[in-house]
Write a protein that binds this ligand. Structure first.
Ligand code: PLP
Length: 261
């Protein structure tokens, strides 16, 4: 049986709600075969991150070379990359193997404030990875770091999206979760030509752990099965809206979003 395949290059969340675990669950839910290269192990639960243990750049390259020698992903996503050496390793393999349909989720900080990307690594994301991206999915704080501008108006959100496409992403999605817009939670999309919004409703819930990972994994899965970016973004938005609405009461902190909602 032929199946479409997606690869996640990201960190492990021992609590199972974000990172590699959320990505693989999302791929499975969307009927895509999932593969993973682990960039860092986090000791984590719904209350927060207890420890971070990065994999060496050599270890990341070795995982990617093993995959590339045998399996060809139809789409790839990156999540937590932690440092510039790992970013370089990931970008190098993606380029060398000619993997297409790259979704870059520029993960920087966990909800509780733990640093998931070292401060000097944002420049490496811009130099090596974003130019390879079909889609980049920053939240507002991440877009601010990447563009160096404060985003405090709708105009500035558009300007930031233009800058990120100028760095080399085909499509920029600036997510609405951190954007105060009454009861809406709409994401702004810019594809280099037109702006449009992915409409969503803000849900009153604490169970939002892994929201960004799940959304970008859903886009990746849809690209892997051959959907156009626009179709992939709309399906992923519906998927994450339901996953937040039906978030799971697990643990006593931020419970995970629900991958089979
Ligand atoms: N842990 C890992 C490994 C992640 O990749 C991420 C997000 O991308 C998080 C934690 C943070 O998830 P959240 O901010 O939803 O708690």
């Amino acid at each position: 049986m032929q199946v479409n395949k997606a690869l996640t290059i990201a960190g492990s969340d021992s609590g199972g709600g974000a990172g590699i675990q959320s990505d693989l669950k999302t791929f499975q839910e969307l009927n895509v075969y999932g593969m993973s290269a682990v960039t860092a192990v986090t000791a984590q639960n719904t209350r927060g991150v207890h420890g971070i243990y990065p994999v060496t750049a050599e270890g990341v390259t070795s995982q990617l070379e093993a995959i590339g020698a045998d399996l060809r992903p139809d789409a790839v996503k990156t999540g937590m990359l932690f440092n510039k050496e790992i970013i370089e390793a990931a970008a190098g393999a993606i380029k060398n193997f000619g993997w297409n349909n790259l979704v870059v989720d520029p993960v920087m900080v966990a909800k509780g404030g733990s640093i998931l990307l070292e401060e000097d690594a944002a420049a490496a994301l811009k130099e090596w990875l974003i130019p390879l991206a079909k889609v980049i999915t920053p939240n507002v704080p991440e877009a601010e770091v990447l563009t160096g501008m404060k985003i405090d108006s709708a105009e500035k959100r558009k300007k930031a999206a233009e800058i990120l496409c100028g760095i080399g992403a085909d499509i920029t999605v600036i997510k609405g979760g951190h954007w105060n817009e009454s009861d809406l939670c709409s994401d702004l999309v810019y594809d280099g030509q037109e702006f449009y919004e992915l409409d969503g409703k803000r849900v009153a819930t604490k169970n939002t752990h892994g929201t960004g990972c799940t959304f970008s994994a859903a886009i990746t899965a849809e690209l892997a099965i051959g959907k156009t970016p626009k179709e992939a973004l709309h399906t992923a938005k519906q998927f994450i809206q339901a996953a937040v609405e039906y978030g799971i009461e697990a643990g006593s902190g931020h419970g995970p979003t629900n991958h089979w909602a």
